[in-house]
Design a protein around this ligand. Structure first.
Ligand SMILES: Nc1ncnc2c1ncn2[C@@H]1O[C@H](COP(=O)(O)OP(=O)(O)OP(=O)(O)O)[C@@H](O)[C@H]1O
Ligand SMILES: [Mg+2]
Length: 254
């Protein structure tokens, strides 16, 4: 069953067509990798889905609800949560507080947020902290839980951002180059985290340049080039597609 339907999505910046009539579906519980050369329109696609920018034309439907015209925070409350290509951790907060902020952001407008003194709410906070610690442990950051998040190396900040997004209880998680700037150990930790995310039943779209990672984790691969969707299918189908090989000329596809 498809949870996300993107149809004929289009967006220009000045004379540049950054997203050119892109259509695709994302199946529930699947992991879709979004690949394509620099400037292909991968981040723009996430920006259009989460309505940081409004599309010029086309539709985005999540679980039967049109996302067109909804605010980014309303879209987040529906369960569509994204990370940014450049890690954004909250300064002045510890690693653990940063992780838990993903969940708090969703509660901010609700009555629940005003009831922090309520025993049931305190128990909920403890459960959230336990979940955050378990995830930090999975990526080797549990030891640094009480350190200021800005003191983490860049790779660790990117992993922290993925954890924060996960604690926001996404139904659909959009990850923009989570592996960029990660060393080999951190990339292996990210792969473990992505597998854990999949096991939780979260649907994932991930922009990723690391082809061996894409080929091992993705159910579906979507290839963009100059704003256009030039191929989609299983990793094996996409890997042998001549247009994809041409778009990646000089780069490793296998
Ligand atoms: N806000 C904006 N204003 C003007 N041009 C933009 C804007 N956002 C994106 N673009 C342009 O749209 C095109 C697609 O950019 P986008 O960031 O989506 O590419 P990308 O596939 O994510 O690239 P990268 O791999 O470098 O992250 C680029 O030519 C970019 O310069
Ligand atoms: Mg990008």
């Amino acid at each position: 069953m498809s949870v996300l339907q993107v149809r004929d999505l289009r967006r220009s910046f000045g004379g540049l067509l950054a997203t050119a009539d892109v259509s695709f579906d994302v199946a529930e519980h699947s992991l879709t990798a979004l690949i394509g050369p620099n400037g292909a329109g991968k981040t723009t696609l996430f920006n259009l889905i989460t309505n940081l920018f409004a599309p010029d034309a086309g539709s985005v439907t999540f679980e039967g609800t049109s996302l067109i015209g909804l605010s980014p925070s309303a879209i987040a409350r529906l369960g569509v949560i994204r990370t940014f290509q450049t890690a954004r951790v909250f300064p002045g907060m510890t690693v653990l507080e940063n992780a838990m902020a993903g969940h708090h952001r969703l509660l901010r407008h609700g009555l629940v947020s005003q009831l922090a003194w309520w025993p049931r709410q305190r128990a909920e906070e403890r459960r959230l902290a336990d979940r955050a610690m378990a995830l930090l442990d999975l990526v080797g950051l549990a030891d640094q839980a009480d350190q200021p998040a800005t003191q983490l190396p860049m790779g660790a900040q990117k992993l922290l951002e993925v954890i924060r997004a996960l604690l926001a209880q996404p139904k659909l998680l959009l990850l923009d180059e989570p592996a960029a700037g990660l060393n080999d150990t951190e990339t292996a930790e990210l792969a473990a985290l992505l597998r854990a995310i999949q096991a939780c039943g979260v649907t994932v779209m991930v922009v990723e340049h690391n082809m061996s990672l894409v080929m091992t984790i993705a159910d579906q691969v979507i290839v963009l080039e100059a704003g256009r969707l030039i191929a989609s299918g299983s990793p094996a189908q996409v890997q042998s597609n001549p247009r994809v090989i041409a778009a990646y000329l000089g780069e490793e596809v296998a």
